[in-house]
Write a protein that binds this ligand. Structure first.
Ligand code: SPD
Length: 289
């Protein structure tokens, strides 16, 4: 039996299902499916779209976390929107300077299934006392801060693809709310889909972030589970003192330790990932020539 990804583009990526679909359930928000594949191990799909797998998750999770945490000046407080498998949280919590992480996931069932069926993705994050998992809509969370609400140094938006239900996570209003709860010199990272098959939404996303933030830089990496070549992310910066290729002297020691835990990410990958392909440079950054 083969699983056909229900991609919204005109290409589909099929994966062989070993034995049978391990779990399939409809939550209040989406259809959650888990199956085993020879190459990827356990694979999680939401509404028919692959999200993550045991064997390749490090490509995506290392790239959505380390570029921000490496260049940020301060990293005490981090907000993750989405990311119910805890793969993003696990990487954030590798930094000893991180004191508090709020993870806001809309779908309780995703967290529950991931904890029971693929706990390896979140690893030690499941028991880390610095992590606070809140089951609620990320958009609502930003609108209704608690009285003790403190601002964040880094926000990571680890949602589904920026089309359909997750479209609210790429609006100007959502990004303004994010900007307002970031500290000065704060960083937001979002995954922004395939720069090839989701080009239109990717371009729009970059432009919206450039408008709301003081600067925004796309970057790229391969994710074997995701279709159509490279995957894109955007780093948006509040304030004028940060640059995606910077590393503060006081963070060098931490970085040396983090590096040992990575399987994909390193300094060279970091620098190379911000290199713009010619078409994107021409379309989005013509001033760079
Ligand atoms: N094409 C699917 C992109 C999904 C991105 N988010 C995945 C969540 C993994 N933590």
């Amino acid at each position: 039996m083969w699983y056909n990804e229900k991609a919204f583009t005109s290409s589909r990526y099929s994966l062989h299902v070993m034995d049978k679909v391990i779990r399939k359930e409809k939550s209040k928000y989406q259809t959650i499916e888990l199956f085993d594949n020879e190459l990827f191990g356990k694979v999680l799909a939401l509404d028919g779209i692959y999200q993550t797998s045991i064997k390749d998750e490090f490509y995506y999770h290392e790239m959505i976390v380390h570029p921000a945490l490496k260049v940020s000046h301060t990293r005490e407080r981090v907000l993750i929107i989405g990311g119910g498998d805890l793969g993003t949280a696990r990487r954030v919590l590798q930094y000893p300077e991180v004191e508090h992480v709020d993870l806001v996931e809309i779908d309780e069932n995703v967290v529950d299934i991931c904890e029971k069926v693929m706990p390896e993705i979140g690893g030690s994050a499941w028991d880390d006392e610095r992590l606070y998992v809140k089951i609620m809509d990320g958009v609502e969370f930003l609108k209704d801060p608690s009285p003790q609400f403190l601002k964040y140094n880094v926000i990571i938006v680890d949602g589904s693809d920026p089309v359909g239900p997750a479209e609210v996570l790429v609006t100007e209003e959502f990004y303004r709310d994010c900007y307002n709860i970031l500290e000065k010199d704060g960083i937001l990272i979002t995954q922004s889909g395939s720069p090839f098959s989701m080009k239109e939404s990717f371009y729009k996303n970059v432009k919206t972030l450039q408008k709301v933030f003081d600067d925004a830089y796309p970057y790229f990496s391969p994710v074997p589970l995701y279709t159509n070549g490279n995957w894109s992310y955007i780093m948006a910066i509040k304030g004028m003192d940060l640059h995606p290729l910077g590393l503060r002297r006081q963070h060098i020691k931490t970085w040396e330790k983090i590096k040992e835990k990575c399987k994909y990410y390193n300094e060279q990958i970091h620098t190379a990932s911000f290199t713009l392909p010619e078409d994107i440079k021409r379309d989005l950054f013509p001033e760079f020539g």
